[in-house]
Design a binder for this molecule. Structure first.
Ligand code: ADP
Ligand code: MG
Length: 641
């Protein structure tokens, strides 16, 4: 940028999303106002981390001021609060980029989700993590003065914003590197410009910050002894926090509140985490990890390019955010820090990917998270249900991604089942197995769009009759997931809408005779089978009598390895062509409709009834009809003639 341009003040507009967010902050009735301080301290701490990292390669960035710190001051008369740091600072273009736009993924979803209802929206604000703009919850005007480390003192920048529309930039001279943010408080928020108030908030939010957060020492009131002394001492800054990285402290020295506060710092999520695990590993490798399970899914959980991963530190020096190499995709909701003593300080993302040590930390962390979840499931079912509702479908990506831990992951799954009437999924595979019939060898399941359609599915009829439990899977990814989860506890899974089904073995001991008797269709059954088969010739791969149905007249069954309806819909939605596989029609010879077909000699009637039979089977399999109007006509004819 030319010097000429820099010499003048300029007014710039906010990016649309930034404007919206800012508007929200200015007008928010967010009840937890003090969080602005947490956000600004968090940013200052990040800035110190970044400087320390960059100074590894370029020590001159520390200038003559290597002690990183954050200072908080206020002016009771002017009603201002200032947070300054000697961290990395920002150049002019960084100020525009960082304070004038919002680069976070999920922002537009967040904004779309706002209802205008202040109470609901402030909850969302909390979940989204408001960042720098939270200063506008309490301030009518915010001034940022900053200079990037390494730039000349003449290259300081002053950013001023008094409203939602735009902000001013002005070059300033700034001797000290880093950033100071001054808030001019709204008149109703003046209480924040007070020693006591600030101290208590800072204490609450900054204990986990690893550099000193300082405030001016309070002048002690004059006592009799020093009343007459006239020495005016230099103002003295002293730290409010103990400035030790939280994860380096022993577990028994850390309060739950501190763990939670630290979570907010690493996650920008304001809700409490569900659970955490803090571990120091020594031996072949030395590292400390502190990982958290959030209680709420972020807006961008399913974005391909959303940031994920944990914060990486090496020997306490911050190295990078979102180090995604240490956890698999299906655990992308996990937040936290990893501090390694072995990795080289100059490591890059590219190198991380190729480092064997990273792979072994990844597998240890993965086990840790899975153990944490299994503990949570045992210890606190309510919390676990929350976890499942937020992250269950992500965890279901596990079996395809992580072959080694398949069984462990599957143990964490919750399903709906034909034996439980709960609205929410509550059944574990272990629970299912424990309830299996004595001779039952397989774990039965069925997939579909909704729990209600599954509960009424004709495929369940025989299972209901014999009181055999079936898992009802209605998550979009279930059928796909089951492609990878072929067995559990040594028992194979079977989709009850696929392949041949024989419940005799389970329901009636050694019924060898009965089986052969059943297998053999009677002459009259054979006749109706071929009658129907002739009519549906090009639409089904075959017709056979069923052991699945007790009440419905017919159902469609596909091959063991054919693609089911759920998968087909996903593939088609993704624009993929799906090979046509013809289903088998299974008929219930005891049903009046089938009997009617059996008894009729009139070609036209047989054709109409067969079509009705087939269409019903299509409908209950969740498939579209070729000619719905014709179906309606047929039904009416049957009812009223
Ligand atoms: P986040 O911290 O989640 O990135 P914020 O809204 O809190 O989002 O901050 C936006 C960006 O502004 C930061 O990512 C950082 O680049 C920049 N920033 C904010 N405060 C400071 C600071 N004190 N020093 C340097 N950069 C800062
Ligand atoms: Mg921030």
């Amino acid at each position: 940028m030319s010097n000429k341009k820099k010499a003048k003040a300029q007014t710039l507009g906010f990016q649309t999303e930034a404007k919206q967010l800012l508007h929200l902050m200015i007008h928010s009735l967010y009840s937890n106002k003090e969080i602005f301080l947490r956000e600004l301290i968090s940013n200052a701490s990040d800035a110190a981390d970044k400087l320390r990292f960059e100074s590894l390669n370029d020590p001159s960035l520390l200038e003559s001021d290597p002690e990183l710190k954050i200072r908080i001051s206020f002016d009771e008369k002017e009603k201002t609060v200032t947070i300054s740091d000697n961290g990395i600072g920002m150049s002019e273009s960084e100020v525009i980029e960082n304070l004038g736009t919002i680069a976070r993924s999920g922002t537009s979803e967040f904004l779309k989700n706002l209802t205008g209802d202040q109470k609901q929206d402030s909850q969302l604000i909390g979940q989204f993590g408001v960042g720098f703009y939270s200063s506008f919850i309490v301030a009518k005007k915010v001034v940022v003065e900053t200079r990037r480390a390494g730039l000349d003192s003449s290259e300081g920048i002053k950013w001023t914003c008094e409203g939602e529309a735009d902000y001013q930039l002005e070059p300033i001279k700034k001797e000290d590197r880093g950033t100071s943010v001054t808030m001019f408080l709204k008149s109703e928020e003046n209480e924040f410009a007070s020693e006591w108030r600030l101290r208590s908030i800072v204490k609450k939010y900054s204990d986990h910050i690893s550099i000193p957060v300082q405030m001016l020492k309070q002048e002690p009131p004059p006592t009799d002894e020093n009343k007459d002394e006239t020495v005016i001492s230099e103002p003295e800054w002293s730290a409010i926090n103990d400035a030790q990285a939280l994860w380096t402290k022993p577990r028994n020295k850390i309060k739950d509140e501190e763990y939670k506060e630290f979570y907010r710092h690493v996650s920008s999520d304001f809700t409490d985490p569900l659970s955490w695990s803090h571990n120091k590993v020594e031996g072949k490798q030395d590292y400390t990890s502190l990982i958290y399970i959030p209680s709420m899914a972020p807006m961008d959980l399913y974005h391909r390019d959303a940031s994920r991963g944990i914060k990486l530190y090496i020997k306490r020096t911050f190295i990078m955010d979102d180090a995604e190499q240490f956890l698999p995709m299906y655990l992308r909701f996990v937040k936290g820090v990893l501090d390694s003593a072995d990795l080289p300080l100059n490591i890059s993302r590219e190198i991380l990917q190729k480092t064997p040590m990273v792979e072994s930390i990844k597998s240890a962390l993965t086990k840790r998270v899975l153990d944490m979840l299994s503990k949570l499931a045992k210890k606190d079912q309510e919390k676990y249900a929350t976890f499942w509702s937020q992250f269950g479908t992500v965890l279901k990506e596990g079996p395809s991604e992580d072959h080694t831990n398949k069984e462990k992951i599957a143990k964490l799954f919750l399903f709906s089942s034909s034996s439980m009437n709960d609205e929410k999924p509550t059944v574990t595979l272990e629970g299912y197995v424990s309830r299996m019939k004595e001779k039952q060898k397989k774990i039965y399941y069925v997939t579909g769009d909704s729990i209600s359609s599954l509960r009424n599915s004709p495929y369940l009829e025989a299972f209901k009759k014999h009181n055999i439990e079936v898992l009802l899977m209605h998550d979009r990814i279930d059928e796909w997931m089951m492609g990878y989860l072929t067995e559990f506890d040594g028992k194979h899974f079977q989709d009850i809408a696929k392949g041949e089904l024989d419940l005799d073995e389970i329901t009636d001991g050694s019924g060898e005779e009965k089986k052969t008797a059943k297998k053999k269709d009677s002459k009259s059954d054979e006749k109706v089978i071929s009658k129907i088969g002739d009519i549906l010739d090009n639409r089904v791969s075959g017709v056979r009598t069923t052991s699945r149905l007790t009440h419905s007249p017919a159902c469609l069954v596909i091959g063991e390895h054919d693609m089911g309806e759920q998968m087909r819909k996903i593939m088609e939605a993704a624009g993929q062509s799906v090979p046509e596989t013809k289903p088998t029609l299974e008929i219930n010879v005891k049903h009046p409709l089938v009997k009617k077909i059996k008894g009729s000699d009139e070609n036209k009637e047989v054709k109409m009834l067969t079509q009705l039979l087939f269409d019903q089977a299509l409908l209950s399999a969740g498939r579209p009809l070729d000619d719905p109007a014709n179906f309606v006509k047929g039904i009416n004819k049957l009812m009223f003639s």
